[in-house]
Design a protein around this ligand. Sequence first.
Ligand code: PMP
Length: 399
Amino acid sequence: NEWWDRVRPAPEDPIIGVTEAFLSDSSPFKINLGEGAYRDDEGKPVVLECVRKAQAKIAGSEFLELVSATVGSNLVEECVKLAYGKDSNFVKERKFAGIQALSGTGACRLFAEFQRRFYPESRIYLPIPTWPNHHNIWRDAQVPQSTFRYYNNSTKRLEFSAILDDIKNAPDGSFFLLHPCAHNPTGIDPTEEQWQEISYHLKVKNHFPFFDMAYQGIASGNLDKDAKAIQILVEDGHLVACAQSFSKNMGLYGHRVGCLSVLCADNKQAKAVRSQFQQIVRAMYSSPPVHGILLVSTILNDPELRKLWEEELEVITSRIMRMRVVLHQTLEELNSSLSWDHITNQVGMFCFSGLSPEQVEQLRSRFHVYVTHDGRISMGAVTTSNVEYLANAIHEVTK
Ligand code: PMP
């Protein structure tokens, strides 16, 4: 009986597995469209200009100490303004509990832990499909999970009446995970009117809306517009929670900067909730790394850098949108017999192509094009020089 004999390999992560297969492919034509990482039109990783400038601004002022309470609470304050709007009463009256988190993943994990501690009887409802890691995160926090229908694979549209039915059929007081914008992987978001209806039905059942906002600014190019869903639910009287990430919209993937916030009925409740967040963090990792937090709070507090950030977000989203248009057009020029309108109807980082697992496999083996098994293509890595090759490959495997 040797130690660790009982340990078997864990199942392959659907996204990391694609990158590993890509790295071991020696073809010069290979393209990795698995990971949701933004690239410029040359296919190179991007360091935003606002980040470079913030970096220069903080150089020398950084100490290898814990993130100071001032910088930390300032980051949270700026984050809640981004999510709920700077004029929100919750923000003005400080009726929120917020804490910096290890990016979006860490914010989700903290919330899942918090949920289990205080509402062990409630389930989390996840959309089908969703970012696969949501399932892992709530599983590891030992929160029972269910799913709700979201997307119809054959119409390639929202399955709106099914969303409402599943909200109505969930036990009262359930938690619902919602993507406020740029739904991953489908790229399809409810309209404002649909959010109103969703809000109404969640309220009737006293469900709790948890927003995972990993792509603010990446759907429309505008930060406020992308947070509209959250603001609709808040105006409708919901107390909501929100996980925020700066991985995509500031390109800070490796720095792990994020925020978890929960709206509260009053200051007293906000203090209690925040103290519980602090206790959870204390035992998990004590405190977050400082550098990324300083970068983000520098950008959010400096009007010039903030403006530059907003301009750069528009550049990112318009480049992605242009690639969607070219991909769509090229498939039509190739006389594909299928409709590819969904490529341009979807928003955000991903094209949920509708390719079957067999077609995805053929993309890999015949064309060295790597996408996830569900047919999700990362548009952030499609460029002027690879878009025609990609269109041709898609056309060949769907003939
Ligand atoms: N939520 C969603 C929906 C995502 O797509 C991602 C990134 N793939 C995350 C959360 C977490 O990303 P990060 O931890 O890098 O912020």
